[in-house]
Design a protein around this ligand. Structure first.
Ligand SMILES: *[C@@H]1O[C@H](CO)[C@@H](O)[C@H](O)[C@H]1NC(C)=O
Ligand SMILES: *[C@@H]1O[C@H](CO)[C@@H](O)[C@H](O)[C@H]1NC(C)=O
Ligand SMILES: *[C@@H]1O[C@H](CO)[C@@H](O)[C@H](O)[C@H]1NC(C)=O
Ligand SMILES: *[C@@H]1O[C@H](CO)[C@@H](O)[C@H](O)[C@H]1NC(C)=O
Ligand SMILES: *[C@@H]1O[C@H](CO)[C@@H](O)[C@H](O)[C@H]1NC(C)=O
Ligand SMILES: *[C@@H]1O[C@H](CO)[C@@H](O)[C@H](O)[C@H]1NC(C)=O
Ligand SMILES: *[C@@H]1O[C@H](CO)[C@@H](O)[C@H](O)[C@H]1NC(C)=O
Ligand SMILES: *[C@@H]1O[C@H](CO)[C@@H](O)[C@H](O)[C@H]1NC(C)=O
Ligand SMILES: *[C@@H]1O[C@H](CO)[C@@H](O)[C@H](O)[C@H]1NC(C)=O
Ligand SMILES: *[C@@H]1O[C@H](CO)[C@@H](O)[C@H](O)[C@H]1NC(C)=O
Ligand SMILES: *[C@@H]1O[C@H](CO)[C@@H](O)[C@H](O)[C@H]1NC(C)=O
Ligand SMILES: *[C@@H]1O[C@H](CO)[C@@H](O)[C@H](O)[C@H]1NC(C)=O
Length: 635
């Protein structure tokens, strides 16, 4: 094995490995003061165990980690120098033989504060054969009409060009960081982690680039948020890399990093987009989605490939007040062992979905074990699914996207539902009661909406829908448009979107003020919210009779759901949207900035595409006929 020089992690981690090895199972540490925090054997842990052998954790001491062949080498050289070359005045610098890196083969190593380590990407590799192994995903089709999954001519050209050039891509990610030196009065909780510094030399005269070397013979880089990358164009000889940990007394312990060089592409990469959208949360769970992964149409092979794929993306989440990942937000290896919420600790349920605007394939993440009223960073990762199999794969170190943030709810009477059978586009928090399981709650709401849809379907069938367009009610829209608009509207109004009672956003409508809170107290009987029929009950009476959530606030359905219904359905159905005060009690309006100020199906926060305002000129007369919907349109 070419991994002999690797040192294991600090002994606290080694102890973890030993325990996991013996238990041969996942385990959790639930910390009560910092909330639920799951910790488990994960990808990186496994990786390190493989590379250090099954005896990791045995014979590890703090001073001399096992596998310190590296240190021995340095000591040997210093010894030799003392015997032969030391002239008593000028201390000739020992030249350390750098460790070789293979194409797309990362190496993992511990580094002490103040230490510098040397690597070389040899000339053979610089001028060597390209690697073809990649973790390919189905194509990202941007044109809805295209069903072709082959590489475009442009992509082929770029690929050919890349093969002929000798550009070398070097990347490094910091996997572990030293901890704060608590005996140093200057070290505060918010002290920034000093970065690792990387020196790169292409000169045979500087095979040990590092601090204090001739700066004309090396280029200096630093890690940012745990990530560093550099390209060397037109390389035709060996490339020397020095990795240097800062001298600081503010921190204590070691860093650990992954370094890789490639002539194909960056082994580790980052992306300036977040590629991640927040859908909704409750007190301990949140739902997030990736951007559309393709725009191809549902009947294309590409669409099916995406929908049937094993979910390729992963997510990391960390409370913004927890410094565990601070300074390492762009490092895959760090996040996959330090983030509070990550794939390895069973807090993430991933799946593919086509829910949402446009109904294009995307990946969704249902994450649990969150604390209430807390803001979390959400970070998307891609392309690093298993252990050492990633070595030798182009881009095998994975990609990390930019962090976004989301917040959990405060009150325990809103529950996040998604993946309902009938109202399949519903994915948000609904009025609930902690005594009812999410599965039972989903069943209650979904079957309720479905039963109303059946009455509507019957009414619609009485209208001439299947005759020729000349006889049917409109040339522009058909009964299927009406049915779809009705379903959208029905699901949105019968399954209200719930928000914290304690929140005071102007677009929230108080509901159920007449019911007792979950803790048994009630609002005073003369409270205006209790006196008004709009605010003392729910718009859907089933909620008050079967769920009893107590007072909650509703994000009203978007008005355009109602106007779209009126626009697309035959006038014989007599749908009308309310006006005036009735309108504002029943419907909300969309915000231009992507905030969710009204409820529509498939909503996600801060989608950049601003919504299209629906055409005006719709009959807004009050009150409705159509018996099956009387009670919702009002309030
Ligand atoms: C840290 O200090 C030591 C001793 O002064 C020096 O040899 C070493 O090069 C320094 N390391 C860095 C990264 O500056
Ligand atoms: C897709 O095809 C339709 C019909 O052929 C055409 O009207 C439309 O403009 C095309 N869309 C794009 C994005 O090319
Ligand atoms: C290395 O140094 C020698 C002597 O200073 C010089 O002649 C040679 O050109 C240098 N080589 C490189 C690659 O810079
Ligand atoms: C921690 O800080 C103290 C006080 O400044 C210093 O004496 C000690 O060397 C520091 N420890 C490390 C590991 O830097
Ligand atoms: C990401 O942003 C940084 C700074 O804003 C910029 O230097 C870098 O080129 C960007 N990377 C990409 C891939 O756009
Ligand atoms: C797909 O490609 C488009 C255009 O290049 C890009 O804007 C979008 O971010 C890509 N989507 C994904 C999920 O990579
Ligand atoms: C988290 O940090 C924010 C801002 O610093 C603060 O307002 C909030 O109270 C903190 N939350 C917790 C749970 O510590
Ligand atoms: C993930 O979610 C799906 C759909 O809700 C559910 O069927 C599955 O059991 C969940 N898996 C885990 C591991 O929780
Ligand atoms: C996905 O594409 C649709 C159009 O097909 C667009 O409306 C939507 O904003 C895109 N993004 C997401 C995350 O849904
Ligand atoms: C990792 O990806 C490869 C290729 O995409 C796949 O064959 C393998 O099953 C994946 N491993 C895991 C653990 O998902
Ligand atoms: C959360 O994200 C929003 C929008 O990107 C940003 O304005 C806000 O500053 C972020 N909050 C924190 C605490 O990072
Ligand atoms: C009961 O809960 C409500 C809403 O959360 C709160 O305003 C009220 O103070 C609580 N009453 C008691 C006695 O805890």
């Amino acid at each position: 094995m070419p991994f002999l020089k690797l040192t294991p992690l600090q002994s606290r981690f080694a102890a973890t490995f030993a325990a996991t090895l013996f238990l041969f199972a996942f385990y959790y540490i639930i910390s009560t003061n910092s909330g639920s925090f799951a910790y488990a054997l994960d990808e990186v842990d496994q990786l390190i165990m493989q590379q250090t052998g099954a005896d990791a954790g045995v014979g590890v001491s703090n001073e001399h980690p096992v596998g310190a062949e590296w240190n021995n080498e340095i000591e040997d050289e210093i010894e030799n120098e003392n015997k032969e070359g030391y002239d008593g005045y000028t201390l000739k610098r020992a030249v350390t033989a750098p460790t070789a890196l293979g194409n797309n083969q990362y190496k993992l190593l511990n580094i002490e504060l103040g230490e510098t380590q040397y690597w070389v990407f040899p000339k053979d590799s610089v001028l060597g054969a390209h690697t073809s192994a990649t973790n390919e995903l189905p194509a990202n089709i941007t044109d809805t009409n295209s069903t072709d999954t082959a590489l475009s001519a442009d992509e082929v050209n770029r690929y050919e060009l890349r093969k002929r050039s000798s550009t070398v891509y070097i990347s490094l990610t910091t996997c572990l960081k030293p901890s704060l030196n608590t005996s140093n009065a200057d070290a505060a909780q918010d002290t920034q982690l000093p970065p690792l510094t990387i020196y790169i030399s292409t000169s045979e005269n500087n095979t040990n680039p590092g601090p204090g070397q001739d700066s004309s013979l090396q280029t200096e880089y630093t890690t940012e948020q745990g990530y560093m990358s550099a390209t060397i164009d037109n390389a035709d000889s060996a490339i020397y890399i020095g990795v240097s940990a800062p001298n600081t007394t503010l921190f204590t312990g070691i860093y650990n990093y992954e370094v890789a060089a490639s002539i194909d592409a960056y082994f580790h990469s980052i992306d300036n987009d977040t590629n991640l959208y927040f859908v909704d949360s409750d007190v301990n769970a949140a739902l997030l989605i990736t951007n559309n992964l393709t725009q191809s149409s549902p009947d294309s092979q590409n669409y099916q490939e995406w929908m049937n794929i094993t979910p390729p993306y992963t997510i990391f989440a960390n409370n913004i007040n927890n410094t565990g990942i601070a300074g390492l937000e762009r490092s895959y290896c760090a996040l996959s062992q330090l983030a509070q919420i990550r794939q390895g600790n069973n807090a993430v349920n991933r799946s593919m979905t086509s829910r949402g605007m446009g109904n294009k394939p995307k990946e969704q993440f249902y994450i649990t074990y969150l604390n209430s009223s807390s803001t979390y960073y959400g970070i998307l990762g891609l392309g690093r699914n298993s252990t050492a199999s990633e070595n030798g794969v182009v881009g095998g170190g994975g990609k990390i996207f930019t962090a976004m943030n989301f917040t959990t709810k405060t009150d325990n009477n809103c529950a996040l539902l998604y993946n309902l059978d009938f109202c399949s586009e519903v994915a948000y928090a609904v009025p609930s009661n902690p005594d009812i399981s999410n599965a039972a709650l989903a069943q209650l709401y979904d079957s309720y909406a479905q039963s109303y849809y059946q009455s509507f379907d019957y009414s619609l069938s009485l209208i001439q829908c299947n005759t020729s367009s000349v006889n049917s009610y409109s040339l522009a829209v058909g009964c299927s448009d009406c049915a779809s608009a009705y379903k959208q509207w029905l699901c949105a109004v019968s399954i209200p979107r719930c928000y914290d009672w304690s929140s005071n956003y102007s677009y929230l409508m108080p509901r159920d003020a007449g019911q007792p809170f979950l803790n048994g107290t009630r609002l005073p009987a003369d409270d205006p919210l209790v006196l008004s029929p709009v605010t003392n009950q729910s718009r859907n009476p089933m909620i008050d009779s079967k769920i009893n959530p107590g007072p909650y606030k509703e994000i009203l359905p978007c008005y355009d759901l109602c106007s779209e219904l009126v626009r697309t359905c035959p006038s014989a159905l007599s749908f009308k949207c309310p006006t005036g005060k009735w309108l504002n009690d029943s419907y909300g309006h969309r915000a231009a900035n992507g905030d969710i100020t009204c409820s529509y199906l498939g909503a996600a926060y801060y989608l950049n595409d601003a919504f299209r305002l629906l055409s005006p000129g719709i009959d807004l007369a009050l009150i409705i006929s159509g018996l099956w919907m009387v009670f919702w349109v009002g309030f």
